[in-house]
Write a protein that binds this ligand. Structure first.
Ligand code: CA2
Length: 147
């Protein structure tokens, strides 16, 4: 049986690699997608990467994942700190959820220290740059393929 992981990205992450490289690095979201696709093949996973600047669209993507994916990796970006609606949607998803932040949110402003999504996430990766997505995928393989 094929195992699919959806990688969801929140607002402004479409600008990755174009601004603030000192915080978010130089890789673009397309670079991240390519790297994750290549890694997923070696891990025996299928991946699909999505990005939206709109909370409702991200919620719809989580609902889609209920039927289409066995695991979710999510960087909700600023919605991490504000969105009970995204938390509620993730609570309706049955598989593993891993929350990824490119920057170390705990080293930044106090408003970034709280995450609604962490109330549902099975694991959280922060501050490891875009490598965090690859590490999350490896964990998904442990949970969904080798587990
Ligand atoms: O560190 C992360 O991955 C964040 O989720 C990124 C969010 C921020 O609001 C969270 O607190 C932490 C911001 C994403 C904005 O992405 C940009 C990327 C490049 C240039 C400008 C924005």
């Amino acid at each position: 049986m094929s195992v699919t992981v959806h990688i969801l990205n929140g607002p402004n992450l479409n600008l990755l690699g174009q601004r603030e490289p000192e915080i978010y690095g130089a890789d673009t979201l397309d670079d991240v997608a390519q790297r994750c696709t290549t890694l997923a093949q070696t891990l025996g996973l299928n991946v699909a990467l999505f990005q939206s600047n709109h909370e409702g669209v991200i919620i719809d993507q989580i609902h889609t994942a209920r039927q289409a994916a066995q695991g979710i990796i999510i960087n909700p970006a600023a919605f991490t700190h504000t969105s009970v609606a995204i938390l509620d949607a993730l609570n309706a998803f049955d598989g593993p959820v891993i929350e990824v932040h490119i920057s170390n949110v705990h080293k930044r402003e106090a408003f970034r220290h709280h995450s609604y999504v962490s109330l549902r996430a099975d694991g959280v990766i922060a501050g490891l740059g875009v490598e965090g997505y690859a590490l999350a995928l490896r964990r998904m393989a442990t949970l969904l393929v080798r587990g």
